[in-house]
Design a binder for this molecule. Structure first.
Ligand SMILES: Nc1ncnc2c1ncn2[C@@H]1O[C@H](COP(=O)(O)OP(=O)(O)OP(=O)(O)O)[C@@H](O)[C@H]1O
Ligand SMILES: [Mg+2]
Length: 258
């Protein structure tokens, strides 16, 4: 059975998609079989892997119809190693509204994932910046949650709320646990970020991943080129440092989830 991890934080722009896509690529690069599911109507992860150009079905189709298989598209993103992607589209927003009146609406994705989970070592879910039905579907389908956060004062309040919500989801999914909080765009040169990072490690202790992802222009650029930092890469120091950061995080993820 695959290790399944939802990447979640109801706060917007904290690095969920960037973490999910580069972690997926890092795990694939290590030779793991990886599926990544885009649960966000913004479909940023779908664009980040360049799937939007080729897809004819999306997660929306599978969520609306139990008998439709999860549409999976294979991309050779991690330097020749494949990553499978279940794409999203803006239509997912309509699906979210349509599911509101359906019985068992939080369980739909889990049913689909159970059908494919022997084919993978890791299944990652990218989620939207809300705690609505789509995020709930991911939290019910997953065993673990990774919480990316910025090292900013206003991010701390959100973390408390998120962990309380995760606690509530265990009613539907008793095996759900936080795998770790990751500083996903950490600029250690800024005093506020250093202070918040120190507080975070004090408050949340071992829950915080030892590895953090530095703020890095190559990471920023790769998101919009339709490729992970592994594929977009480049040989300069910034790109190599970014790849290394996600590899270190991936190793820690594997060790914690083992
Ligand atoms: N380590 C990093 N260094 C530089 N830029 C980063 C880093 N991580 C993420 N970013 C950038 O920050 C922005 C927000 O990141 P991302 O889209 O991953 O956040 P998100 O939490 O998925 O957002 P949303 O809540 O809208 O889904 C993007 O422009 C992304 O390229
Ligand atoms: Mg996102």
């Amino acid at each position: 059975m695959a290790v399944s991890i939802a990447v979640a934080n109801q706060k917007g722009g904290v690095g969920k998609t960037t973490t999910a896509s580069n972690l997926a690529a890092a795990l694939a690069f290590e030779g793991h079989r990886v599926l990544v599911i885009d649960c966000d109507p913004q479909a940023n992860l779908t664009s980040a892997f360049g799937v939007a150009r080729v897809m004819d079905a999306t997660l929306a189709d599978a969520l609306m119809d139990r008998n439709t298989d999860l549409p999976r598209y294979r991309v050779n993103d991690a330097r020749g190693r494949p990553v499978d992607v279940v794409p999203a589209s803006p239509e997912l927003a309509r699906v979210e509204a349509a599911l509101q009146t359906k019985l068992g609406r939080e369980l739909r994705l889990r049913e689909h994932v159970r059908g494919v989970d022997t084919s993978y070592d890791y299944i990652l879910f990218d989620t939207p910046p809300s705690l609505g039905v789509l995020t709930l579907n991911a939290l019910v389908a997953a065993e673990w949650v990774i919480i990316p956060t910025e090292a900013r004062f206003f991010s701390l309040q959100g973390l408390q709320m998120l962990t309380e919500s995760i606690e509530e989801v265990t009613f539907l999914n008793p095996r759900l646990r936080v795998l770790g909080i990751v500083l996903s765009k950490f600029d250690r040169r800024l005093r506020e970020e250093k202070t918040v990072a120190e507080y975070l490690r004090e408050r949340w202790g071992a829950s915080v991943f030892e590895s953090d992802i530095p703020t890095n222009s190559k990471i920023l650029e790769s998101g919009s080129t339709g490729a992970s930092i592994f594929a977009a890469g480049g040989r300069d120091r910034g790109a190599r440092r970014a790849v290394k950061a996600y590899q270190t995080l991936a190793a820690e993820v594997c060790a914690r989830a083992a």
